[in-house]
Design a protein around this ligand. Structure first.
Ligand code: AMP
Length: 297
């Protein structure tokens, strides 16, 4: 695996591959790689001829300076892990390479960015994401770009962006990779103390509680959300948001008539964690019939 830092270097490494019609897969990351990232890299390795992993802690998408400063950075370890998972190129640009002086353009997706994470973190978060993802797609020009379902809203936003701007790339979303106890893997988990790590289990517990209720036939969003927030309270964790929404439009649902996305965010100590799951309606349990009365002839 080769590490490149300049856009020109990335382009000249990929140009001959493209000329030979080799497929290029891109896995955008902010580093501090874990098995969630590695699952995307392995997937790209299995389906593309050339695998590019980008490693860039994008300042433009951090709405809190302290979050950006605390964000874990471990490039040497990341390079070893990315290589082991099958990356050919690690693109690790500086902030100046991505945003040279005079940079004045933003890519903004309306609507789906305004809910959930957008409502909690402000418009600049997704503007930062969509601007940097557009730039990375223009820099690497991949055939496929891989994203994790853990950031479910990000996938919706990027699909919208790619469709609206006619970008010639296929977006593939991959399932969330979890720790053995259910906590979704996240670079921000590194910021948790041992005690906070146990409180963080509030997130998967809340999702599981709602999933169990949905599997038992419950369709009311209010009841499903209550089941989830009750679990969070049991861990002493207050959700920043907890919502059942349409998986495509992200509009809130009142009823689980078809698939629904249950998404939540919570602050645990210094870390802000997010998680989600898909809920599917199951037929409501058949109401119990009254016992047939014995008819005495
Ligand atoms: P990040 O480095 O947090 O920007 O994440 C880079 C990519 O990895 C994004 O597409 C994330 O959705 C994805 N990702 C992060 N955590 C996980 C996880 N636990 N499982 C699967 N994908 C993940």
């Amino acid at each position: 695996m080769r590490t490149v830092r300049a856009v020109a270097e990335l382009r000249s490494a990929l140009a001959p591959e493209r000329r030979h019609e080799r497929t290029i897969g891109l896995v955008p990351t902010m580093g501090a790689l874990h098995d969630g990232h590695l699952s995307l890299i392995r997937r790209a390795r299995a389906h593309c001829d050339v695998v590019v992993v980008s490693l860039f802690v994008n300042p433009a998408q951090f709405n809190e300076r302290s979050d950006l400063e605390r964000y874990p950075r471990q490039e040497e370890r990341d390079a070893a892990l990315a290589a082991e998972a099958g990356a050919d190129l690690l693109f690790a640009p500086s902030a100046e390479e991505v945003y040279p002086s005079g940079f004045a353009t933003a890519v903004e997706v309306l609507g789906v960015t305004e809910r959930l994470e957008g409502a909690a973190r402000g418009a600049e978060h997704f503007r930062g994401v969509t601007t940097v993802v557009t730039k990375l797609l223009c820099m690497a020009m991949p055939d496929v770009a891989y994203f994790g379902q853990k950031d479910a809203q990000q996938v919706v936003v990027i699909r919208r962006l790619v469709e609206d701007l006619n970008l010639p790339v296929r977006i593939e979303a991959r399932p969330t990779v979890r720790e053995a106890d259910g906590l979704a893997m996240s670079s921000r988990n590194l910021l948790l103390s041992t005690e906070e790590r146990s409180h963080a289990l509030a997130l998967p517990a809340a999702l599981n509680a709602a999933r169990d209720r949905a599997a038992a036939g419950e369709r009311s969003a209010a009841v499903l959300l209550d089941a989830a927030s009750e679990q969070m309270r049991a861990f002493g964790v207050e959700p920043e948001y907890l919502a059942l929404v349409d998986p495509d439009t992200l509009e809130p649902l009142e009823e689980l008539a078809s698939e629904g996305l249950l998404a939540l965010a919570a602050r645990i100590g210094e870390a802000r964690l997010i998680d989600n799951t898909m809920l599917e309606p199951t037929p409501a349990s058949i109401p119990r019939q009254p016992h047939p009365r014995k008819v005495i002839a």
